[in-house]
Design a protein around this ligand. Structure first.
Ligand SMILES: Cc1cc2nc3c(=O)[nH]c(=O)nc-3n(C[C@H](O)[C@H](O)[C@H](O)COP(=O)(O)O)c2cc1C
Length: 195
């Protein structure tokens, strides 16, 4: 891979920023230089060896500016490893794994533009007072009252870092397996433990 990794994001209420930073920090742990930039500050991607682009779901879609980013750099993105990460409240619901496939379908327009090597789907943040639209504020208050959504910060830093580590592995840097099992003492060669 030639050049650092660009971790770029779009956001409306700010929660994606910390996720982009956590991903970049985990990639650096594996010796992969990574820079974090908001999409609106990116003017070229030629210098980057790989790109990780992310943002929230709004109304079952990636933000229009994130889709526009993919359209603007479609050719260059298709020529380097490309991964996506997405935040949404569906992934914060009880039994969220049941919704994983549905959420993945919201990303079909993303995949049609550039095929990612990996897609991270993460629970986001719900802070209703930060939502600008009255209609959405009302809908979210109803979702909270119905018990479907809970206000608060649902970002799962362990899951985010685990995904970034797997991405580092896909990019050829993280070890194929955790070192911990190799440090376990070998079993004595008795019949009980024969395989
Ligand atoms: C206007 C609006 C629409 C949203 N629509 C959805 C949605 O359709 N499905 C969903 O699961 N989450 C939805 N969310 C939740 C966001 O994806 C989540 O709050 C995310 O963490 C916001 O990221 P940001 O703070 O970086 O903008 C919506 C949030 C907002 C503010």
């Amino acid at each position: 891979m030639n050049g650092p990794i660009l971790v770029t994001y779009a956001t409306r209420t700010g929660s994606t920023v910390g996720v982009a930073e956590a991903i970049a920090s985990e990639l650096r742990e594996y010796g992969l230089p990574a820079e974090v930039r908001p999409m609106h500050e990116v003017t070229a991607i030629d210098a980057y060896g790989a790109v990780v682009a992310g943002g929230p779901i709004q109304g079952h879609e990636w933000l229009p500016e994130a889709i526009q980013f993919l359209k603007s750099y479609q050719d260059a993105l298709s020529r380097r490893p490309f991964a996506t990460f997405t935040l949404c409240m569906a992934m914060a619901m009880d039994g969220a794994d049941r919704y994983r496939q549905g959420v993945a379908e919201w990303l079909a327009p993303v995949r049609r533009l550039v095929r990612p090597v990996s897609e991270g789907l993460f629970a986001g943040v719900l802070d209703i007072k930060k939502v600008p639209s009255f209609g959405y504020r009302l809908a979210f208050r109803l979702a909270v009252a119905a018990g479907a959504w809970k206000e608060g910060d649902h970002r799962d830093w362990g899951a985010i870092r685990a995904w970034a580590k797997a991405l580092a592995r896909d990019l050829g840097r993280a070890p194929a397996q955790d070192a911990a099992p190799a440090r376990r003492p070998a079993l004595p060669p008795t019949e009980d433990h024969a395989v």
